[in-house]
Structure formats: C-alpha cells, structure tokens
Ligand binder design. Sequence first.
Ligand code: CU
Length: 458
Amino acid sequence: MRSTFLLLATVIAGCSSARGADRQGQAVAETFKEPPVVASSAGVLRISLTPRMSTVTVAGRQATLMAYDGLYAPPTLRVRRGDTIRLRLTNALNEPTNFHAHGLTVSPRGNSDNIFLHVAPGQMQDYEIRLPANHPPGLYWYHPHPHGFSDEQTRNGMSGALIVDGLLDPFPTLRHLPERLLLLKDLQIRDGRVAITHIGENTIRTINGMVNPVIVLRPGETQLWRIGNVGGDLYYLLTLDGHRFQVVARDGNRRARLTTLDTLRLSPGARVEVLVTAGSPGVYLLRTGDIDTGPAGNKYKGAVMATVRVEGSPVSPVVLPPALLPVEDLRGKVTNRRTIVLSESNDGNTFFIGGKTFDMNRTDIRVKLGAIEEWTIRNEADELHTFHIHQGPYQLIEINGVAQPADDHRDIVDVPIKGEVKVIIPFTNPLIVGRFVFHCHILSHEDKGMMATIEVTP
Ligand SMILES: [Cu+2]
C-alpha cells in the first residue's frame, strides 16, 4: 500500500508544479527532450532493435519492463519518401514479438510490414520496408503486433515514432518552423512492474517518457508539434491554456487546410500535427481532460501533461498559407459497400468483429486491387471502439449519419457507442497486395479478439 501512496504523491507533485519539488527523482519537471533519432542516409535507414526486460526510471520510479534496447522512449526513425528501412529485430524477451509500422502504405508481405510474421524468443528477424516515392509525409509510429501480446508489449513502452520527412516542405513560410515531437504514453507500475490494472487508477501519463516536462517558446513563436498517442489503451483530450491548435495533419496525412481547434482528441494510435503559436509571456499548462469511454468502458481523470513557458524576446508572426494542398475526395468513386459490426461479450472479456474473434488462419474479407470500398462500421457495444486498418489511410465520410468534411484522410476513428461511422477505403496501391488486418486500436480489445483479416489480390 505504501508504495502506491508514494506513487500517487509523485504524480501529484509532478502535476502541480512545473519545477515541482519531487522527493523521489528527476523524472518530474525535466526540461523537455525528445527520444534519440536514427535517420536514413542515402535512401536507407539501418537500425537494430533488441526488445528485452529492462529496468528504467519513469516518473522518478524504477520499473522493470519490456523495452527496446532498454529505452522507455526508443529511437525515432526518420526517413524520406522512397527510402528503405532495414531493421534487425532481435527478440530477447521470453515471448513472441514482431514489428509493425503503423499507418505506412507499404507491402504487408514477406519481411515487410507483415504482422503475421512472429519472432520467437531468442530469434532474430531482418525486416525490409520500402516506402514509395509518393508516400504521405508525416508522423507514423511503430509497435509490436503479435496477437495476444500487442497490448502488454506496447503498454510496457515498446512504441516509438516514425517520421516521414517533408510535411511542411511545400509551404515556404512554414517549412523551417522549429518542430517538437510529443509522444504520449501511459504507465501503471505495481511492485516494480507494469501492472495489468484497471485503467485510470495510479496511471502515470508521460510525454517522451517524462512527467510534466517544461516546453519553452518565445512570444509569438510558431512551432510544429507532432503529437502521437503511442500507448496501448488510453485516450487523450489535449488543451493548452490560453492557446489553440492549428491542425496541419492527422494520422500522418496532411489536411487540405489548417483547422483551428481548442481540444485535440487522440484515440489510441492516433496522431495529430499542429501549429502552436505562443501568446504573451507566461506559464501555460498542456492538459489532458477527463475521459469516459462508456458504461462498459473506462472512466479516468485528466492530468497535466506538460508546462509551457513563454519567455524571451518576441518573434514576428509567421504568415500562414490560406490553404494547404488538395486532398483526394473518394466520394463518387466507390466500387463496393460492406458493413462491419463490432461487438463484445456481456462479461466484457471477448471482443468480436462480425460475431467472430480473430483467427490469423481465416481470411475474412477478400478485395480485388483497384477497389474503392465504403465500409459502414457499426458499434453494438456499450463502450467506444476504434477502427484502424493497416497499409494505409481512409476517408471518414459520416459519423452517425452526419456528413463529414472531405478535407483529410486518417487511419484511426472512434466508432460511437451503439452508433456507426462510414469510411471509404482505397485498395488501389499495388504495394498493398497481400494479407493484412483491421482492428480496434484499444489494444486490449484487439488482443481479446477484435481483429480480422483482409486479403487484397491482384
Ligand atoms: Cu475496442
């Protein structure tokens, strides 16, 4: 019990003060920093990752957890369009793992972004993931995807960023803006390990592995913040006191225009890239709000995520472009329609798509390359689920019958309780021929069955 109270005290101290006098360690109120970067060179990104049990310090507490190379915030992979990622994954865990590049439009076959490939304990696997020359630039991420282990490994901290460079390149006034990466990850520590605990209680929420880091901007300065929810199961509802966000991209896909929002909602797995323009000198808190995912879901309290200090000499404002670049509208191009039903057992322990739990040997949907399909995703449960499909984004066209603006594509959407969304998925890129999956990105749901297979044939 005592350790639980100490943990709470640590978190509260971290939340209440930017420079917080934390008795237990230095993780609270650190100066903002980002994970190490491994960038491509001459078109190739080479990296080795070794997931293993590691003892790390998070929020001033030691925890023994599964981590890539002992890092709770593992390297950011930074590539350009057309590059190849050559990854050597050495599994030093005592359970299977693998590597998934979330959101990338790349091949699902062989040793590319193939989640059916499992790497057994003690085994090594070389991956080769080729990005097409026209791949959308933006924030993607990587995490393990072996069915039954995805949630646990991701919640332990096995997730990092994958940035395809060039998001702001077409816009002369924006392309040299300073940028920051904010990876949101939650942790529940019990007895020095990551607990499989009820979401909410004793949850430590981190940015790049830090609790309440201090981010400094100059008055009037505009920065590009790339924000990703790379945890397993939690939602974030971000606000920054006295400021608004101008959304450039969602899930690594640039929008047709900047949209100003007070609140950024990040479902598990979602990313958003925003411009933040600092106001007058002062201290402002970046907060996440209270979340309620429904009667059969979870409720958890908000928290302070970071402290933003605006100080120093003012910067003259950036001229924002009136529009970004056009985004393809897939409405009117649909070749086929389907309905996908998400549901769960009454005890909340088994999760279904189309009434079935996941079977990697069963092919649930077959699609011919070239198809553009409209899927109605219906949620019959008493809690939120999300819809994510591998090998590329889709266009969201309706939420509960309400038409949505055709100004972005994305790869994560919430499906309302007892409600539905309509999306249009293009199966048009020859690269995605093969078998892959779609699933709820609340990873505990995915591991308990809410995933299905799809095969795109030539
Ligand atoms: Cu779900």
